[in-house]
Design a protein around this ligand. Structure first.
Ligand code: KIV
Ligand code: ZN
Length: 388
């Protein structure tokens, strides 16, 4: 495969914003869009313009200010949606219309009360219509994860013939296993005429906690775009987390796949999205959670203090976190106490440390965490150890 760059398509402002309670106003969206643009995101999905006048306005304003990234607007396979998306994107330097239709049997039967043949016709009509306004048209086969591969290949081939530049293969319900999703991408690579002239995109939801694994399996099998959100927010259990896929590709150079994301901005961008959306991140969230670089058991702390790499596969500075945290708890050992005491100004002899550690354990057994104020008290209690 020639091009090993993975395009990062961020949908924080569209799929991410669909989460109840995460609604943003245009100004908030502009701030996030500017950040995504400056951190190296390739495509920003700015919204779903037909969905509301507010969303139309946000997409339109984002299209005006984004300098580097492609700006994308979502539409259903409906003429009016496509026209409104085109209008919202008209000031974008690089506009993309993202249009598509459900392709699984349950979508065809229950959502559309239609047939496979009619769905292919609607796909062709949607892509052809979008092509009248923009050159870059991404087609999504909604619920591709549960769509039979042979039929999916037919839909994809028809979309390519109609002019699609990108084929999005969403695992809309987060159903697939990584092997299955990867095999689906490979099947399309092997069986769809014209597939090498377009980009295949992974859009994976996290209902079974597999969104990131599925996206990686997709790119290993030939996809070249990942659709994701900051902090993995999105419908239900969320979308693939941008920070996770970017760091996986960076930490595994033998995959020979890379992104253009400035990883030093990951943590700050995560904080920005939490704050603007009022959506907290679980402490044990990979890469950006409060505990992602925190060590609390004695064995781990001792290892990390001797050499960070014993228990850390990522240098926290690489993702914009200033340093690893050594959290003092009843499971901490002497090395951690000495380390934290030194950080706040106490250099302990071995005898002092032994004494201080006994007092420390009394504190630690009574509380969840021993903080710096407690260490000052411990030092006072134990033979008046003073600062260096
Ligand atoms: O999950 C999904 O299928 C989607 C499409 C609209 C791309 O978000
Ligand atoms: Zn989605």
């Amino acid at each position: 495969m020639k091009d090993n760059k993975i395009q990062i398509f961020d949908t924080t402002l569209r799929d991410g914003e669909q989460v109840p309670g995460c609604k943003l106003d245009t100004n908030q969206k502009l701030v996030i869009a500017e950040r995504l643009d400056s951190m190296g995101v390739d495509i920003i999905e700015a919204g779903f313009p037909i969905s509301s006048p507010g969303d139309f306005n946000s997409v339109s304003e984002i299209a005006k200010i984004v300098k580097n990234a492609t700006v994308c607007g979502l539409s259903r396979a409906v003429q009016k949606d496509i026209e409104v998306a085109a209008e919202a994107l008209k000031h974008a330097v690089k506009p993309r219309i993202h249009t598509g239709i459900g392709t699984s049997d349950s979508h065809i039967k229950y959502k559309f009360n239609s047939t496979r043949e009619q769905v292919i016709e609607r796909a062709i009509a949607a892509v052809s219509h979008a092509k009248k306004y923009v050159n870059d048209v991404e087609f999504y086969a909604e619920d591709a994860g549960r769509t039979e591969n042979e039929f999916l290949a037919k839909v994809c081939e028809a979309a390519i013939k109609a002019g699609a530049t990108v084929l999005n293969i969403p695992d809309t319900t987060g159903y697939c296993l990584p092997e299955e999703y990867g095999a689906k991408i490979k099947y399309l690579k092997d069986n769809v005429k014209g597939i090498d002239d377009v980009i295949i995109s992974c859009h994976c939801h996290n209902d079974l906690g597999l969104a990131t694994a599925n996206s990686i399996s997709g790119v290993v099998n030939g996809a070249r775009q990942i659709e994701c959100t900051i902090n993995g927010i999105g419908e239900r259990a969320g979308n693939t987390a941008l920070e996770e896929v970017v760091m996986i590709l960076k930490q595994h150079p033998y995959l020979n796949l890379h992104t253009d994301i400035n990883t030093k901005l990951l943590y700050d961008t995560s904080l920005m999205v939490r704050e603007k959306m009022g959506m907290p991140v679980q402490p044990n969230k990979a890469i950006v959670g409060a505990n992602a670089f925190a060590h609390s058991s004695g064995i781990h702390q001792d290892g990390v203090i001797k050499n960070r790499e014993t228990y850390e596969i990522i240098d926290p500075e690489e993702v914009g976190v200033t340093e690893s945290a050594i959290v003092l708890t009843a499971r901490s050992g002497r090395a951690a106490l000495a380390y934290r005491a030194k950080k706040i100004g106490y250099e302990l002899t071995k005898i002092q440390l032994d004494k201080a550690y006994q007092t420390f354990l009394q504190f630690a057994d009574k509380q969840k965490e021993v903080i710096d104020e407690d260490i000052h008290l411990i030092m006072k209690k134990v033979s008046n150890i003073s600062k260096i």
